[in-house]
Design a protein around this ligand. Structure first.
Ligand code: UGA
Length: 435
C-alpha cells in the first residue's frame, strides 16, 4: 500500500513509522519545515522509546520518507491518514477541528484515483460525515471513502501498542475501503490482534468510550484510596483483590495524584460535551472530570499535612513533572496543579525530571530546576515523588537524609513499601495506604 500521513505529531509519526515497518510505502507530511528537516537528518522531535531506531531502519529500507509537500504524496496514495491535532477549544471544551478540516480540503484538491481518507486524530462522533461533505464541496470529482481508525497508543509504549495492539477498530460505510484497510493491517496476526470493523460513527464513539472508561477506573480507585486512608486500609491490596476478578482486571487501578496527559482530560471533556449536545448526558463522566480536577490540589494539602500544616518558606523538592514516566510531556500533568497550589501557599520549589524539564521551564518558571535527585534533596524540607520514573525507584535514603533539612518523603505514586523509607528514619506518606 502507498500511504500518506498528514501530521508528524505524536500519533502521526508513530503510526507512519510502524506502518512502514509493516512493509508499506509511507510518506509523512508536515507543514513545519524544522520538523521535517530534523526527521530527514535522522533526529526525532519527540521522546518515545525505540522510535529513532525504527525510523532509521525504515528510511534505510527506502519505505519511509518525510516531506512538507502534501499534494504529491496524497495524489499517489491509496490511503491518507489524518493525524493532525484536535486540542480542546478554550471557549467550550469541544474538540477543535480546524486543523482536520483544513487538511481535508487540501486532500480533496490533491487526490487522483480512489483514495481512503482515515482519521487517526481523536474526533467527535459525526466528524467523518462532516469530512465527507467538506471533501465533496471542495472537489465534487474526488473519489474518496472516509474511515475512522482511532488510535489507542500510550505515550512511552506507543510502538508496542501499534505493533501488538489489543485490537484495531476500523469504522466505515464503504466496502472498497474495508478491503483496503484490511490490507493496511494484514501484517497483524488476527488471532492475537483482531481488527474490528464497525460503522464509522461506532468507531468514533468507541475511542471516547474507551478513554473515558479508563479515566473512570482511575477516578474510582483514587476515591477508594481516599477512603482507605480514612478507614485504615491499603488501596494496593484493594486493587489487587478487585483486579484478580477477570471481569475487572488489574490494569489502571494504581491510585495516584490524578490522571493527566494530552488524552484523558481532553477526551473526557469532549465526550461530556457531545453527550450533552445530543441530549444524552453521561453524568458519570461529568462527575469524574470534577473529581480529577479537585484531586490534584488535594495532593498539595497532603504535602502540607506531612509538613505539619505549614509550608510557607519551606523548600520542597519535586521528583517528576511529566504526566507519567517515559515521556517528556507535561500537558495536563498533575504536577502543574500541585506545583501551583504549593507556590500559592508560599513554598519554595526545586525540581528534577529526567525528560520533562525543557517543557516544564516554560510553564513553571517559578521552580528552580536541578540536575538530579541529590541536587533536589539538598536543603529540602520534604521530597515529593509526582511521577514514578525508574530513576526514583531506588533512592539512597541515608544519603538523602544527610542532604535534606529534614527527612520527609511524600510518595504520590506508591513507589515504595512504607517500611523502606520509615526504617531509614523518614517521615513518609503515600496514597491510600493507612494500614
Ligand atoms: C491514553 C490511553 O491509555 C491510550 O490507550 C490512548 O490511545 C491515549 O490515551 C490517547 O487517547 O491517545 P496516555 O495518555 O499516553 O494514553 O497515558 P496512560 O498510560 O493511559 O496514562 C494516563 C494517565 O493515567 C497518566 O497520568 C497516568 O499516570 C495515569 N494512571 C494510569 C494512573 O494514575 N494509574 C494507573 O493505574 C494508570
Amino acid at each position: 500500500m502507498r500511504i500518506a500521513i498528514i501530521g508528524t505529531g505524536y500519533v502521526g509519526l508513530v503510526s507512519g513509522v510502524c506502518l512502514s515497518d509493516f512493509g508499506h510505502d509511507v510518506v509523512c507530511i508536515d507543514k513545519v519545515e524544522e520538523k521535517i528537516s530534523m526527521l530527514n537528518s535522522g533526529k526525532v522531535p519527540i521522546f518515545e522509546p525505540g522510535l529513532e531506531e525504527l525510523i532509521q531502519k525504515n528510511v534505510a529500507a527506502g519505505r519511509l520518507s518525510f516531506t512538507t509537500d502534501l499534494a504529491g504524496p496524497v495524489g499517489d496514495a491509496d490511503v491518507v491518514f489524518l493525524a493532525v491535532g484536535t486540542p480542546s477549544r478554550k471557549s467550550d471544551g469541544h474538540a477543535d477541528l480546524a486543523y482536520v478540516f483544513a487538511a481535508a480540503r487540501e486532500i480533496a484538491r490533491s487526490v487522483k484515483d480512489f483514495t481512503v481518507v482515515v482519521t487517526k486524530s481523536t474526533v467527535p462522533v459525526g466528524t467523518g460525515d462532516q469530512l465527507e461533505r467538506i471533501i465533496a464541496e471542495e472537489n465534487p470529482d474526488a473519489d474518496v471513502a472516509v474511515v475512522s481508525n482511532p488510535e489507542f497508543l500510550r505515550e512511552g509504549a506507543a510502538i508496542e501498542d501499534f505493533m501488538a495492539p489489543d485490537r484495531v477498530v476500523v469504522g466505515m460505510n464503504d466496502d472498497r475501503a474495508r478491503d483496503i484497510m484490511a490490507k493496511v493491517y494484514a501484517a497483524l496476526d488476527p488471532q492475537k490482534h483482531p481488527v474490528l470493523f464497525t460503522s464509522r460513527r461506532t468507531a468514533e464513539l468507541t475511542k471516547y468510550a474507551a478513554n473515558a472508561f479508563l479515566a473512570l477506573k482511575l477516578a474510582y480507585i483514587n476515591e477508594i484510596a481516599d477512603l482507605c486512608e480514612q478507614v485504615g486500609a491499603n488501596v494496593q491490596d484493594v486493587s489487587k483483590g478487585m483486579g484478580l476478578d477477570s471481569r475487572i482486571g488489574q490494569k489502571f487501578l494504581n491510585a495516584g495524584p490524578g490522571y493527566g496527559g494530552s488524552c484523558f482530560p481532553k477526551d473526557t471533556l469532549a465526550l461530556v460535551k457531545t453527550a450533552q449536545d445530543h441530549n444524552s448526558p453521561i453524568r458519570l463522566i461529568e462527575t469524574i472530570v470534577g473529581i480529577n480536577e479537585t484531586r490534584k490540589r488535594a495532593m498539595a494539602r497532603k504535602i502540607e499535612r506531612a509538613l505539619e500544616g505549614d509550608i510557607r518558606g519551606k523548600t520542597i523538592g519535586i521528583l517528576g513533572l511529566t504526566f507519567k514516566p517515559d515521556t517528556d510531556d507535561i500537558r495536563e500533568s498533575p504536577a502543574l496543579a500541585i506545583v501551583q497550589a504549593l507556590l500559592d501557599k508560599g513554598a519554595v520549589l526545586q525540581a528534577y525530571d529526567p525528560e520533562g524539564m525543557p517543557a516544564a521551564r516554560g510553564m513553571m518558571p517559578e521552580i528552580s530546576y536541578r540536575d538530579g535527585v541529590d541536587e533536589v534533596a539538598k536543603d529540602a524540607d520534604a521530597l515529593v515523588i509526582i511521577t514514578e520514573w525508574k530513576h526514583f525507584r531506588a533512592l539512597d535514603f541515608d544519603k538523602l537524609k544527610s542532604l535534606m533539612k529534614q527527612p520527609v518523603l511524600i510518595d504520590l505514586r506508591n513507589v515504595y513499601v512504607p517500611s523502606q523509607p520509615l526504617s531509614h528514619g523518614f517521615v513518609y506518606d503515600s496514597v491510600g495506604r493507612a494500614d
